[in-house]
Design a protein around this ligand. Structure first.
Ligand SMILES: Nc1ncnc2c1ncn2[C@@H]1O[C@H](COP(=O)(O)OP(=O)(O)OP(=O)(O)O)[C@@H](O)[C@H]1O
Length: 833
């Protein structure tokens, strides 16, 4: 039989073309040569599945199956088609070309299935073992690691929290620790957020994994379907074999066979088309899967980025945590070190203390051992004393009786002793007075001391203000003066340098003040040129009072001391001699001229009618008197300072005393005289009132010198009456009186002539000896008799109208001052009398 030409067209059917994906390949020309039998080697296989045209997968690199691959597949399919045609021509022959063709087809399908399965498994492995899954696994591992890390941190945190977190006063780390804790809690919050994000990511990954699993399942289903198809095809192949075998055995008519073959072929074609459709479907699914894969890769990429960000954050948190952890560790370490140090110190201290305690204990033990015998002795003593105490009341009563008797006897003895002592005391008192007077007598009744004032501003500057006075360091009675380049020395009873204080000077005169209390007349003069410091020495300043104030204070304190035995009355008068006119400074009419008169009783004593006398009882009283006198002078003279320098100021204090036990009366008079300036103004050509003033001053001072000279030469006649001053002071300069002259000198060069003159005068006065001191005193029993020469009423008669008590009010800012210089701002208050 010749096979119909039409059967050769079978290989060019659309179904075959669709199967091999060579649909658009040009059909072979009718009548072309039958294809050669299929080569046995795999290289010659008509449907190769490997090589350049195979389907490649990879990330985003799907190779299209069409194009070049299609053309190569088509070219590869051509021999197979030819072979099929040859087989279909020869299938009815003894070589069974049709069966061979089918076998080849089946083989080819098998191979295709295998390759598809491989492809699917590859895809699956690629999809299943994708980066996403790997990434997911990595994330899960990372997550697990982070969880562990977090658990560790929490454990550490818990541990830290369980540690005593009480306030650590004075610890500088506590604040930092609190900050770290805050930071840690913040980090924990951020970590919780990260965990949330991570779990979301996990969820997403899980969803994708689920989707992949679904895809896998679908692929599995496809595979199962393919396996079933394969099974079905194998069955059909077997059936075909059987049919072929039976056909071979029967040699059926060609047409029928052809028909059957056609029928079979159409079935096969249908199956093929179905397979192709399925394949198409699978490819579509694969494409879809690829698309999904692509999307997932994109998502994965974004997940990667997110994860990278999260990782960066986590790394940051980790570094933060690590830093915080490190800080905490450092802090804990330093705290630990501090603690250890403190423990060591405390331990060392405790050991030292323990040692000391042990030593003490040992000492106490030894003491205890030594004290035990003493305690035993003491206990015995105590028991003995207890026994004695029981009998003590009786003993006490007896002792009291005897003591009372002894005390009575002793009191009697003391009384008699007291009487004896009082007698002795009085005798001693008399003796002391005697001694005192003897001392004063030995010192000389006229004593002369010099006082050099310091250099003052008023002395100016330059050569004229240089110091011209020096002292002997070994002898305080010598003074050297450098006059016109020649040194001149003087010896006096005492010389006070500018450094001497008011108290030092008063120390020298206080014996005289005391003798006044004992009934002697005392006269203290301040002599010297104007500005040499006479008033400063006599009156002083409010802060640093002079002789007047101190003498009165001493008088009052002495009188106070003797108040138990003596009654004293102290009166003061103040007078001024200016231009040989005597004025009462305490009188109501200070301008009134006073006269010195003889007592009308014929005693020969002098008195000043109208001289006011104030009785004073305290220093305050004296101050008030002075204030009053000062006021008088201020209203009287416009230029008081000048007037003061040109007048003699006298403060006369009379102390009258009565010894309470003996009735002895004493009267002493203390004359404190601030003389007028001794400079020889008249020689410098002064005129008018100044000349008159100078003449009067010179006259009175010369008279004073003459009196002293007469006394010195023990002349019968002493010219007391030559001046008002000597006449008034007659009783204080003669006889038993005591006189002290303070010669004030200026230390500066320009005053050396006056200083020389003053010191010469002082030396002359010092050489005078007064007669032996006769005390003006009378016994109380004589008081009613005719007055002796020092009877107070005779001495200075006190008209009742002129006898005053001390002013009752008014205060003084400068006590003891009657010759006070006017102060620019000073205001005087009138003294009511
Ligand atoms: N020993 C002294 N210490 C300090 N200052 C003194 C001393 N002696 C005098 N002075 C000062 O020298 C100045 C003159 O003294 P003061 O007025 O007593 O002189 P005087 O001789 O009384 O003068 P007059 O003849 O004018 O009354 C005063 O400012 C006084 O304070």
């Amino acid at each position: 039989m010749v096979p119909s030409r039409r059967t050769w067209n079978l290989g060019a059917t659309p179904s075959l073309r669709g199967l091999w994906r060579v649909g658009r390949a040009p059909e072979p020309e009718p009548g072309m040569a039958r294809p050669a039998p299929a080569p046995a080697s795999p290289a010659a296989r008509p449907f190769p599945h490997t090589g350049p045209g195979r389907l490649r997968t990879g990330r985003g690199k799907d190779t299209p199956v069409c194009g070049d691959e299609d053309s190569s597949a088509r070219s590869a399919a051509r021999p197979a088609l030819a072979q099929c045609r040859a087989l279909s021509v020869d299938w009815a022959g003894p070589g069974s070309p049709h069966g061979l063709y089918l076998t080849l087809q089946v083989e080819h399908l098998k191979e295709k299935l295998i390759s598809q399965a491989q492809e699917v498994s590859r895809l699956r492995s690629e999809l299943g073992g994708t980066d996403l899954e790997k990434h997911r696994d990595l994330l899960m591992v990372e997550n697990e690691r982070l969880r562990q890390e977090m658990r560790r941190c929490e454990a550490e945190l818990q541990e830290l929290r369980t540690k005593p977190a009480g306030p650590c006063p004075g610890c500088e780390h506590s604040q930092e620790s609190a900050q770290l804790r805050d930071k840690l809690s913040q980090l924990q919050l951020e970590m919780a957020e990260s965990k949330g994000m991570l779990s979301e990511l996990n969820l997403e990954v899980q969803q994708k994994t689920d989707r992949l699993a679904e895809v896998e399942l679908r692929l599995k289903d496809c595979l199962a379907e393919k396996a079933q198809e394969e099974e079905r095809l194998s069955r059909r192949l077997r059936d075909s074999h059987e049919t072929i075998a039976s056909l071979r055995a029967q040699s059926p008519p060609v047409k029928y066979v052809i028909k059957t073959v056609e029928v079979e072929s159409s079935k096969t074609k249908q199956a093929l088309s179905e397979s192709q459709a399925r394949n198409q479907h699978l490819q579509e699914q694969v494409a879809m899967q690829r698309q999904v894969l692509k999307e997932m890769e994109q998502q994965l990429q974004s997940s990667h980025q997110l994860t990278a960000r999260l990782r960066a954050q986590i790394a940051m948190y980790e570094s933060e945590l690590e830093r915080a952890h490190g800080q905490m560790l450092e802090e804990m370490q330093s705290l630990e070190e501090d603690k250890n140090r403190a423990i060591e110190e405390a331990f060392a201290r405790a050991q030292v203390e323990m040692k000391a305690v042990h030593e003490n204990l040992a000492g106490v033990r030894t003491n205890l051992l030594t004290l035990q015998p003493a305690l035993r002795t003491l206990t015995n003593d105590y028991n003995g004393l207890k026994r004695q105490v029981r009998g003590f009341p009786l003993l006490l009563q007896e002792a009291l009786r005897s003591v009372k008797a002894e005390i009575g006897q002793a009191i009697e003895e003391v009384n008699s002793n007291n009487q004896e002592l009082l007698r002795k005391y009085r005798r001693e008192l008399q003796l002391r007075k005697k001694c005192h007077n003897e001392l004063v007598r030995l010192k000389g009744n006229i004593r002369v001391i010099a006082r050099v004032r310091p250099v003052t501003k008023e002395d100016g500057e330059g050569p004229e203000a240089t110091n011209a006075v020096t002292f002997d360091a070994d002898d305080d009675s010598i003074i050297h003066l450098l006059h016109k380049g020649k040194p001149v020395s003087f010896e006096l009873d005492k010389v006070f340098s500018p450094q001497a204080s008011q108290q030092d000077v008063f120390q020298e005169v206080q014996a005289l003040v005391t003798s006044c209390i004992d009934g002697f007349n005392v006269c203290i003069f301040a002599y010297g040129q104007t500005g040499a410091g006479k008033t400063y020495t006599m009156e002083g300043t409010a802060e640093n009072p002079g002789i007047n104030q101190r003498a009165l204070q001493l008088l009052f304190s002495e009188v106070q001391e003797k108040a138990s035995d003596w009654e004293y009355t102290i009166t003061v008068s103040a007078a001024e001699i200016y231009n040989e006119v005597l004025r009462d400074l305490l009188g109501k009419e200070p301008q009134e001229k006073l006269e010195i008169r003889l007592c009308p009783d014929g005693s020969g004593q002098l008195y000043v009618p109208g001289l006011t006398e104030f009785q004073v009882q305290s220093v305050d009283d004296i101050n008030k008197v002075f204030e009053f006198g000062h006021t008088n002078r201020t209203t009287e003279f416009t230029n008081l300072n000048e007037h003061s320098s040109r007048s003699h100021a006298l403060l006369i204090v009379t102390v009258r005393g009565v010894d309470c036990s003996t009735g002895l009366r004493t009267t002493g008079k203390l004359n404190l005289v601030d003389l007028a300036g001794s400079e020889r103004v008249g020689k410098s050509g002064a005129e008018g009132s100044r000349l008159r003033e100078a003449q009067h001053i010179n006259k009175s001072l010369s008279a004073l010198g003459d009196v002293i000279a007469a006394l010195r030469s023990r002349q019968g006649h002493v010219p007391f009456r030559n001046s008002k001053l000597t006449y008034l002071l007659q009783d204080s300069l003669s006889g038993d009186s005591k006189t002290l002259m303070v010669v004030q000198v200026s230390p500066v060069e320009k005053n050396t002539s006056e200083t020389l003159y003053s010191l010469k005068f002082a030396e002359r006065v010092r050489s005078v000896e007064l007669g032996p001191g006769l005390r003006r005193a009378e016994l109380g029993s004589w008081s009613s008799q005719e007055h002796l020469e020092w009877e107070p009423a005779c001495q200075t008669p006190q008209p009742s109208a002129r006898a005053h008590s001390a002013p009752s009010s008014g205060t003084s800012s400068r006590p003891g001052s009657i010759r006070r210089k006017l102060q620019p701002s000073g205001k005087s208050r009138p003294l009511p009398v």
